[in-house]
Design a protein. Structure first.
Length: 419
């Protein structure tokens, strides 16, 4: 398997929200017991961040206030998102002093990737020396402390930072492909690995997979059967392979896409948000069918509650064009399982990317052709009824559930006889 070999630095701002609050208050985050949370929510409030001082005492950065040991004394401050955004911009400006914008990927408000492959000769430094320079400059200009991981690709740089950097001198860790079997494979539980959430961890555990080595040595064909194209990516990542490059994220998409995003009227979580996801997939697939189109890629994103901020957005390329609801729904579910962090959700985004004209029905070896044709005929009949009598004329039973937004959404967007 071909492997890229670049010089990637992944940088994370240490206890970012809490450190910003300490700067605002004029205290040291390494000696001050501060928790960032909404005090109006009582002991059930989510701790958005805690200082390194509290982390050293075993207080997790994402938990509930009532989970903190009663013997530990701490102060609470409400989050100030404008402050965090402002400080993040300051840090990004530091990065841009070292690399061009096309070599910088902003992964989140407190985390970025830098491709320094073509800058080492310019600065006459190793990637480690350059990472150290950047971290020192961040501290000097913004007052924030950062950690860094270095690797030959984005995956190994990120995992190196997550797993090892905080334990290393200067808070910098470097992994190469030689470290895959000794360091990457030893990761357990699975959810410590970037891109494997708690839900995905449970699924993999039921398959007898408990470590990254187990995943790397598992039959990739079976993983693909179980999780589709995301299963193949899981296997590649477990073997340290990630051929994505930062310029991939910078490319302006020239192909057409159909997108749908929804800001939710209340906080959702893993117990009810997949209902919203499925309804949105139904809308997008109906649009594909109406225009006789198919997509060649899927984008899926979750935005967390405003008080928490952040979220994720990831894309997956399909092996064949599709307008099949089951296939697109399955990909969205797997992305959710991989990246969801068990935080309150306020936004869902789905995109059908790489739109192409539908040339016919795509058959496959794993599903009976008569079932595929039957689904096509059913969808055609449903689309016809909705076109004639309105989008709410024919609904799934799940649309009557309290958490569904389908009926109200159809009233807003949907054509004649919407009632």
């Amino acid at each position: 398997m071909e492997r890229i070999n670049r010089n990637i630095i992944c940088i994370d701002l240490k206890s970012f929200f809490a450190s910003c609050e300490c700067l605002r208050l004029g205290v040291d985050p390494f000696s001050y017991p501060l928790v960032v949370a909404n005090p109006n929510q009582g002991q059930g409030a989510i701790t958005l961040a805690v200082t390194p001082f509290l982390k050293a005492q075993g207080v997790p950065s994402r938990g509930r206030l009532f989970e903190i040991d009663k013997k530990i004394k701490y102060n609470i401050v409400s989050p100030h998102m404008n402050l965090y955004t402002s400080k993040s911009k300051e840090v990004i400006n530091v990065y841009l002093d070292y690399v061009a914008a096309e070599d910088l990927h902003i992964y989140s408000i407190d985390e970025c990737f830098l491709d320094v492959t073509h800058y080492l000769k310019l600065y006459n430094k190793t990637d480690y020396e350059l990472a150290l320079d950047i971290l020192n400059k961040v501290k000097e200009k913004t007052g924030l402390t950062a950690t860094a991981g270095i690797g030959p690709n984005m995956l190994l740089a990120k995992v190196s930072m997550d797993i090892e950097a905080k334990h290393m001198p200067n808070c910098i860790s470097k992994w190469t492909y030689d470290d895959v079997e000794t360091k990457l494979w030893s990761i357990t539980p699975l959810s410590k690995m970037w891109g494997i959430g708690k839900r995905m961890e449970k699924n993999l555990n039921t398959m007898g997979i408990y470590s990254i080595k187990d995943l790397a040595c598992y039959d990739p064909g079976k993983l693909k059967d179980k999780f589709g194209i995301m299963g193949k990516e899981l296997w590649l990542h477990a073997n340290g392979i990630d051929n994505s490059i930062i310029s991939d994220f910078k490319a302006v998409r020239k192909d057409q896409s159909y997108s749908h995003s929804q800001v939710l009227f209340k906080d959702y979580d893993e117990s009810n948000v997949l209902l919203i996801v499925d309804e949105m997939v139904d809308v997008l697939c109906a649009r594909l069918r109406k225009n006789h189109k198919q997509c060649t890629g899927i984008g899926f994103g979750i935005g967390y509650s405003k008080n928490i901020g952040g979220g994720f957005y990831h894309s997956a390329k399909l092996e064949a064009p599709t307008d099949n609801e089951k296939e697109i729904r399955n990909i969205c579910h797997i992305m959710f399982e991989r990246f969801y962090e068990f935080l309150p959700i306020r936004k869902v985004s789905i995109s059908c990317q790489g739109i192409v004209s539908k040339m016919g029905i795509q058959l496959n070896l794993f599903e009976k052709s008569e079932n595929i044709i039957k689904d096509e005929n059913i969808n055609e009949a449903i689309d016809g009824i909705k076109a004639r009598y309105g989008k709410n004329s024919l609904l799934k039973a799940s649309a009557l559930l309290e958490d569904s937004t389908a009926i109200e959404r159809n009233k807003k967007v949907g054509g004649h006889n919407a009632e």
